[in-house]
Ligand binder design. Sequence first.
Ligand code: NDP
Length: 243
Amino acid sequence: MTEHEKVVLITGASSGIGEATARRLAADGHRVFLGARRTERLETLCHDINGAGGTAAFRRLDVTSAEDMRSFVTAAHEEYGRVDVLVNNAGVMPLSPLEALRVDEWDRMLDVNVRGVLYGIAAALPVMRAQGAGHVINIASVGAYEVVPTAAVYCATKFAVRAISEGLRQEAAAGIRVTLVSPGVTESELPDSITDPAAREAMASYRAVALPAAAVADTIAFAVSRPPEVDVNELVVRPAART
Ligand code: NDP
């Protein structure tokens, strides 16, 4: 394996940013291991990547289960012998005003967006520590920096991802790098989970200027491609156009 060819694990790789990142990193020569719940999508994606000369494998993953996350990392390690990069990308965004009291949706956001990231770290860190090197890339959002109406809980989860990333950066053993990537509105399936009518309508105007998911993949690829002595900590990428 050259420095260029890394083993990269991506959660939430069945659509949007995760899928675009899998395609981009595989095209760059990295071996990717993909997780999500919709395995038929992962199967098609791996088929595409392998058919184009890349190296991809997948496993069903629900990031809200610590055990599932451990099995995912173990399977990747067994498949490729290393875990160089973990992209904690899986996320959900059922926006609604707090007043609507959609407690189940709050729980889902906390489970996927916060616990999922922590479980990813818990599963990958021991392997990376044993290797003496590793790279955790957490996908937050511009919502990790500012709160907007209907997004209190979503932003809270992304503020948390930012805090966890900074804490990990400070505490992780030498050789372990931490990058937070915070996209603005990006073309993906993310708004499909919004059930609140007003929040759905508000998203429509944002989507008109959305970044292609490939632009976020490009940002992630930049962080992955830095030499081992360079730790890119935070990248914020927004559409140039304004709503
Ligand atoms: P998508 O909805 O297209 O992708 C989300 C991915 O997360 C899917 O692959 C989905 O897979 C996966 N996922 C959801 N729940 C789980 C779970 N319990 N276990 C495993 N995987 C899960 O949206 P995006 O690509 O936009 O989202 C990717 C990340 O980017 C998220 O963290 C999101 O918050 C963040 N982001 C997105 C922005 C945007 O405007 N699109 C802006 C800022 C940040 P499956 O359903 O198959 O399990």
